[in-house]
Design a protein around this ligand. Structure first.
Ligand code: NAI
Ligand code: AKG
Length: 425
């Protein structure tokens, strides 16, 4: 019991750190852009935060009450948008920080959205299909008043997928008495999903890696890459890089990591991974996630959870390029250490923005009722990501700031301007 409480408070402290360091960078970005204090006062918190209790009848006949959150950071630009995470460690503070990052992503890739994010405290790895459906539908019933295609549009995130989006869309359509595919993105293609959404986050990360490699003069053929996390983001990314001739020398999941300096057999690992991105349990010769991060490599991609690169291990990172596919994997102190060491850090709000970009394409297609091919999606995504990368890289160079601060400066401007024009600040 005591051990659980300690773990809970460590988790809460870490997520509090994530929120307070996000606020610090937002404040610095606004100061550098010359905005007055009240803009920061508005943007340091979501404009709306809902906590819900979701009763679900479990397979053993008992009723379990789950806690869920939905944060809407800023809706000056347009409806809020962002994923829903199912994870035992979800906290209110984490969801708030994630919603701020969504606003910044939307600003960076110039989408007509503000940021939102949701989470449910649960462990889908230990729930049946029927129980998961109950939680998904219950969550939508609980938040239905504040979400919708012109209010706030959910999407997948950690441990949620297209099946969960389908149940949520169906529940919302029943409440609304209207078939409403634009309520949510990341749906199966047959329900109005977009080609390319499933692999979009990884594709966006791949584009950023290629751009970063050009800046560093690194040839991607034979480049040694380590990827933490083998779920939606990490597994597609490993496949793209492997197929492009890079050598993926390390991957991991929540239970451990695999390392082979000659390159892992990515196709075999993809074939053996389960739907939660777990594969290392099949092997005996695993290493820890912490050891994985410190492996000798050219490019390191954290693609799992927050707070992985910290002041404790930032000095030991060997990669010359770190690209954050995950949200919040590097702490503020570690960002400084990596930048001071000359490591090119491509921050989460830029690197992982491919997912929300193709989600936007999905929403546009749902609204217009006309659907694009995978090639059209890929071309549009490529153009946006290359432009966004270079705009942030150039801001970092000309303003002499690190890539994270540059990304916040680019990302915060649109919502600050929209809030000002609306007369809010
Ligand atoms: N799915 C998407 O479209 C987007 C995802 N992201 C971010 O990418 C990251 C990964 O998300 P997904 O791939 O969608 O999730 P996922 O649920 O598909 O996969 C998560 C992976 O991380 C591993 N993992 C979980 N806890 C871990 C831990 N403590 N240490 C090491 N590995 C752990 C899991 O075993 C799994 O391999 C998250 O930070 C998410 O917010 C960002 C933008 C969009
Ligand atoms: O696809 C979306 O709308 C949101 C994706 C997301 O949650 C994220 O970028 O963290």
């Amino acid at each position: 019991m005591v051990a659980d409480k300690t773990a809970d408070s460590t988790q809460e402290n870490q997520t509090m750190d994530v929120l307070s360091s996000t606020r610090t960078v937002v404040r610095t970005a606004l100061e550098k852009l010359g905005y007055p204090d009240e803009v920061y006062e508005l943007l340091k918190e979501p404009v709306r935060m809902m906590t819900v209790r979701i009763p679900v009848r479990m397979d053993d006949g008992s009723i379990k009450i789950f806690t869920g959150y939905r944060a809407q950071h800023n809706d000056a630009v347009g409806p809020t948008k962002g994923g829903v995470r199912f994870h035992p460690n979800v906290t209110e503070t984490e969801v708030k920080a994630l919603s701020i990052w969504m606003s910044l992503k939307a600003g960076i890739v110039d989408l007509p959205y503000g940021g939102g994010k949701g989470g449910i405290v649960c462990d889908p790895r230990e729930m049946s299909f029927r129980e998961l459906e109950g939680v998904s539908r219950g969550y939508v019933r609980a938040i239905s008043q504040i979400v919708g295609p012109t209010k706030d549009i959910p999407a997948p995130d950690v441990f949620t997928n297209s099946q969960i989006m389908a149940w949520m869309m169906d529940e919302y359509s029943r409440i609304d008495e209207f078939n409403n595919p634009g309520f949510i993105t990341g749906k199966p293609i047959v329900l109005g999903g977009s080609h390319g959404r499933e692999s979009a986050t990884a594709k966006g990360v791949t584009i950023c890696i290629n751009e970063a490699a050009k800046k560093k003069g690194l040839d991607m053929k034979g480049a040694r890459v380590v990827v933490q996390g083998f779920g939606n983001a990490g597994s597609f990314l490993s496949k793209f890089l492997h197929d492009a001739g890079a050598k993926v020398v390390g991957i991991s999941d929540a239970y451990g990591a695999l390392h082979d300096p000659d390159g892992l057999d990515i196709d075999y690992l993809l074939d053996r991974r389960d739907s939660f991105g777990t594969v290392t349990k099949l092997f005996n010769n695993t290493i820890s996630n912490q050891d994985l991060l410190e492996l000798d490599c050219d490019i390191l991609v954290p693609a799992a959870v927050e707070n992985q690169i910290t002041k404790e291990n930032a000095d030991k990172i060997k990669a010359s390029i770190v690209v954050e596919a995950a949200n919040g994997p590097t702490t503020m102190e570690a960002t400084k250490i990596l930048s001071d060491r000359g490591i090119l850090l491509v921050p989460d709000v830029l690197a992982s923005a491919g997912g929300v970009t193709v989600s936007y394409f999905e929403w546009v297609q749902n609204n217009q009722g006309y659907y694009w091919t995978e090639e059209e999606i890929s071309e549009k995504l490529n153009e946006i990501m290359v432009k966004s990368f270079n705009s942030i890289y150039n801001t970092a160079q000309t303003r002499r700031v690190d890539m994270r601060l540059a990304a916040y400066m680019v990302g915060v401007r649109k919502m600050a301007e929209a809030s000002r024009f609306r007369g809010w600040v």
